[in-house]
Each structure stands twice: as structure tokens, then as C-alpha cells.
Write a protein that binds this ligand. Structure first.
Ligand code: ZN
Length: 263
């Protein structure tokens, strides 16, 4: 089965990118999750919508644990995601691209860990995103001529409401560059499941108070579409190099052993 998976929002219908695509139900501990398996540039991968329920689901109600559980049980070792984010700084304007290297988690009331009984481990989150997979993503972007920030800190908030002006000021002072609803939780679950994880983030809006306009998600359609198209190119480059080199990003990363189960 595939070692690489793409997890995306409705803007990233990556199942359309695949050749020989076939729908599968990937088992989890309790149930199963719908995904698509196929090839891109001759390299096999799994595409999983973050929400496969067939109806709109707010970010705090997404079953992050089931998604990463299903991918881990399927044998996936590398997870690539995209994040459509707001910026917290004028120095990171609309249209910016970042390969995230840190997050700050402000979420609450959502499923945020695999460990809920007496068997648990303490996940090392010093480097929450896989440094090797990030380097691979940065090389892919450079080969495409993309001007990407090789680092970025995403503040993960519950949503679905927007932030206040004071919150945006505070998050920037705390070290956040951009803000989103889903990426931090995806990253935690991937780390606890021992999978390498990297995110290509795109700024699609200014945080509250950074512009004269009201916050309005209706304006996001075109920037989301543009970022999804760039993500497709990044993934295309990465699959090409994985196919040709057989490169194993796990050789010297610690993602697979970062969350050992306590005996
Ligand atoms: Zn790794």
C-alpha cells in the first residue's frame, strides 16, 4: 500500500489528480474512513479529504484522530497537507507561501490525542513537522520557482468564528506568523501515530484588524483555488522525486519514534 498520503480540504480535491484512482474504506480502531488510492507521476499515494462525511463540518468537529489512525493502519509513513491560513503580520502578505515548522495550539473541545487510557506516551514536539519532509517540500518549491518562506509558525484556533483584533495582536506577539483551524491538530495526530508530516501553507486573508475590511470568508474562493493549484505542483514534484530516487525521508528523522507508548 502507499507510503505517502495527502490530507486536504474541499479546495484540494486531490483525488482528481490521480491516475488509476479507486475509492477505498480504510479501517480505523472503531470504524473506517473514505479515501482514494491511485498514482501521480507513477508514484502511489492515498488522498484523504479532511472531512469525508459528505456534509459540511466545522473545524472543531472534524475527526482528526480517525483520519490519522486510518492512514497509519494503512501503512502510510509520510503525510502532506495544505493549510489555507490568515496572516497575523503585514510582513506576511496575502499570497505568501510558507513551509510550516512550528505551531502554537489554542484549540479546545476537540479530539486532540490518541492517548485516552492508561497506555500513553509523551510525544516529542520540539520539531513538530518532519525536518526531512519539509526539506523535500522546500526543494520541490524551489525547483518550481516558488518564493516560499522555509519556516513559519501557525497558531491553531478552534473556529469557526474569526479572531478579535486583540487576539490577532496577541498571537503575533507570541510568535505566530499565520493562523488556521486544522493544521496543528493534524500535526499532533500524525506525530502521535509516528508519521512524518509537512504542510504547505498559503495566506488567503488578512487577520482581523490588519485591513479596513470586515472579515468575510466569501472572498476566499479565488485565493483558495490558486493555493490549491500551487499545492498540486508541489506534490507533483515531490512524487516525481520519490519515484526516481526511491528516497526514504525516514533515514535520519525521529518522527516514527517520537511518541513511544508507555509500558
Ligand atoms: Zn520524519
Amino acid at each position: 500500500m502507499a507510503e505517502l498520503a495527502i490530507v486536504g480540504s474541499q479546495d484540494v480535491d486531490a483525488s482528481e489528480w490521480l491516475d488509476n484512482a479507486r475509492e477505498v474504506q480504510l479501517p480505523t480502531r472503531d470504524s473506517s474512513v473514505k479515501a482514494t488510492v491511485g498514482t501521480l507521476n507513477g508514484y502511489e499515494l492515498i488522498v484523504m479529504p479532511r472531512n469525508s462525511s459528505g456534509r459540511p463540518v466545522p473545524p472543531h468537529a472534524i475527526d482528526y484522530r480517525a483520519n490519522m489512525d486510518a492512514l497509519s493502519r494503512a501503512g502510510v509513513r509520510m503525510v502532506l497537507t495544505t493549510a489555507m491560513v490568515g496572516t497575523l503580520r503585514h510582513s506576511v502578505p496575502n499570497g505568501s507561501m510558507l513551509v510550516l515548522d512550528q505551531f502554537i495550539d489554542f484549540t479546545k473541545d476537540r479530539q486532540f490525542t490518541f492517548f485516552s487510557d492508561d497506555r500513553f506516551g509523551f510525544a516529542d514536539m520540539t520539531e513538530p513537522y518532519c525536518p526531512n519532509l519539509r526539506a523535500h517540500m522546500i526543494r520541490a518549491g524551489e525547483s518550481l520557482g516558488f518564493h516560499m518562506a522555509p519556516r513559519g509558525c501557525c497558531v491553531c484556533v478552534p473556529g469557526p468564528r474569526f479572531e478579535t483584533r486583540a487576539e490577532v495582536r496577541m498571537f503575533a506577539q507570541l510568535g505566530g506568523d499565520v493562523i488556521g483551524h486544522t493544521n496543528g491538530t493534524d500535526c499532533i495526530m500524525a506525530r502521535e501515530a509516528g508519521m512524518c508530516f509537512a504542510t504547505f501553507a498559503g495566506v488567503i486573508t488578512l487577520g482581523a484588524g490588519l485591513s479596513d475590511h470586515d472579515m468575510n470568508a466569501h472572498d476566499w474562493h479565488e485565493p483558495r483555488r490558486q493555493h490549491a493549484a500551487r499545492f498540486r505542483k508541489i506534490v507533483g514534484e515531490m512524487t516525481r522525486s520519490l519515484r526516481d530516487s526511491g528516497s526514504d525521508v525516514h533515514v535520519d528523522c525521529r518522527c516514527a519514534t517520537a511518541a513511544p507508548i508507555e509500558k
